[in-house]
Design a protein around this ligand. Structure first.
Ligand SMILES: Nc1ncnc2c1ncn2[C@@H]1O[C@H](COP(=O)(O)OP(=O)(O)OP(=O)(O)O)[C@@H](O)[C@H]1O
Ligand SMILES: [Mg+2]
Length: 230
């Protein structure tokens, strides 16, 4: 499904280059549920953005379903991404002045669905995440966990086969985290491909495979503790 081939990404600020992602290769099969774990600054968000077609790497290729994302024109890449990838963020990225229903309608509107169908589908999705009674609430009128569920409903609007999530539970209390993780389990059982970036061992444990990033390099194992307490 996903192939990262010798991808590299640096950021240059005031003439100073920071290597966020060293030359990295990896393959993720269709339907896999994978966690990307690593310390702050290790390159996790950079990797997710590169995988998601949102950040052009300096070198290497990213293939999604065999298509080289960064060999597409920007317009084609955007369309390809919209059809196939749903993003979930730590900060939800809801539009504050729109209701839950309207927020979920956005991707359906962008896809050109008639208004009546947008509303029907958005209502159904909000019901699916347990917010059927809250569809006319704005983000500020919802709890944090409910806001993340609205964001999840929006992510699912176009029925994407791939979900990329960056610390999706970073701002949530344990109960809301469990609801979101149970939902990810459901999405996995529907054969979607899920990649979740996290610091949280409880989140990583739900995934079927984890890999670790350290200083922009992929390893299979977390760094071993240097000190052992007898
Ligand atoms: N837009 C940017 N400009 C310059 N440097 C950046 C930029 N974005 C990230 N970096 C640097 O690239 C490195 C990797 O950043 P990245 O955001 O991918 O880390 P991360 O693993 O997601 O961290 P966190 O867990 O804190 O979110 C860091 O050293 C960071 O300072
Ligand atoms: Mg990050």
């Amino acid at each position: 499904m996903f192939q990262l081939q010798e991808v590299r990404k640096s950021y240059v600020r005031r003439g100073h280059a920071v290597t966020a992602l060293g030359t990295s290769s990896l393959e993720i099969a269709r339907g896999e549920y994978v966690a990307i774990v690593g310390p702050s600054g290790s390159g996790k968000s950079t990797m997710l953005s590169v995988l998601g077609g949102m950040l052009t790497p300096d070198a290497g290729k990213v293939l999604l379903e065999g298509v080289s994302l960064y060999d597409l024109s920007v317009a084609k890449r955007t369309a390809f991404r919209r059809e196939r990838i749903g993003f979930v963020f730590q900060t939800f990225n809801l539009v504050p002045y729109l209701t839950a229903l309207e927020n979920v309608q956005i991707p359906l509107y962008l896809a050109g669905l008639p208004a009546v169908e947008q509303q029907a589908r958005a209502t159904e999705l909000l019901g699916r995440v347990g917010l059927g009674e809250r569809i006319h609430h704005k983000p500020s009128e919802l709890s944090t966990g409910q806001q993340q569920r609205v964001a999840l409903a929006r992510t699912l609007a176009n029925d994407p086969p791939v979900i990329l999530a960056d610390e999706p539970t970073g701002n949530l209390d344990p109960d809301s985290r469990r609801i979101v993780l149970d939902f990810f389990d459901q999405l996995h059982s529907e054969s979607r491909t899920i990649l979740v970036v996290t610091h949280d061992a409880i989140v990583a444990d739900r995934a079927k495979r984890s890999f670790y990033l350290r200083d922009g390099a992929i390893t299979d194992q977390p760094e071993q503790p240097k000190l052992r307490v007898a």
